[in-house]
Design a protein around this ligand. Structure first.
Ligand code: ATP
Ligand code: MG
Length: 209
């Protein structure tokens, strides 16, 4: 069983998230992708005044009908600051497997600042996707001293644990949650940036207005 974990604030979820997850699922051969909205993200203020319940609902609406995508409320239920390493440990303990943690290059570039960064690569594989505005990177620049634990191979990098860092080019969709929130705030259309169900829910709830 190959399981992906896709963490994020999903404030709200948009087609950039969904398409990246789908392309990684196919490229890596994942059986399932677990979408895990964070509770309080350690690195940023939660913009737009949305609640965790609303963010969970947008993800639920967006992935409904895709048998390979599933919502996890683990981080929201845990409360407090969300740390990906806890989610990874939880998934390892629940499923008895080493998961594939999916993230965009902008997020991967900051990974050395994450909680218990030195332990992450022994616990999960990482799949870093392209994202418009985030250039390709040099492993040593991103990981600093941790890069010494990796060797390059054709598909990416292999950690001393045997886990991998993979790079996947995904269709460039220059969509961000920040853009969606800004459009809502100024009363503009978000049609075709987010699934229709998500758009309707945002309107009903008066989110980001
Ligand atoms: P915000 O603008 O609020 O930061 P965001 O669009 O960056 O929102 P996040 O919830 O911060 O969304 O991102 C969750 C994960 O999804 C991150 O790993 C991020 O790199 C990735 N991601 C978000 N948008 C895209 C996109 N358009 N293409 C590829 N990856 C994306
Ligand atoms: Mg972001």
């Amino acid at each position: 069983m190959r399981l992906g974990i896709f963490g994020g604030t999903f404030n709200p979820i948009h087609f950039g998230h969904l398409r990246a997850a789908e392309e990684v699922r196919l490229a890596v051969g994942l059986d399932e992708v677990l979408f895990v909205p964070s509770h309080i993200p350690p690195h940023k203020e939660l913009a737009g005044g949305s609640t965790a319940r609303q963010r969970l609902e947008t993800v639920k609406l967006a992935i409904g009908g895709n048998p390979h995508f599933r919502l996890s409320s683990f981080e929201v239920e845990q409360g407090g600051s969300s740390y990906s390493i806890r989610t990874i440990e939880h998934v390892r303990a629940s499923y008895g497997i080493t998961p594939y943690f999916i993230l965009g290059r902008d997020a991967f570039n900051e990974i050395s600042t994450w909680h218990r960064a030195g332990e992450l690569f022994g616990l999960a594989n990482f799949v870093a996707t392209s994202r418009p505005g985030s250039p390709a990177f040099v492993l040593g620049d991103v990981l600093g001293g941790l890069a010494a634990d990796f060797r390059a191979d054709g598909a990416g990098y292999v950690h001393t644990s045997g886990n991998r860092i993979l790079f996947t080019e995904v269709t460039a969709l220059d969509i961000s949650s920040s853009l969606v929130r800004a459009l809502c705030r100024s009363g503009k259309s978000i049609t075709y940036l987010v699934p229709r169900e998500v758009e309707e829910y945002i309107k009903e709830e008066g989110m980001y207005a």
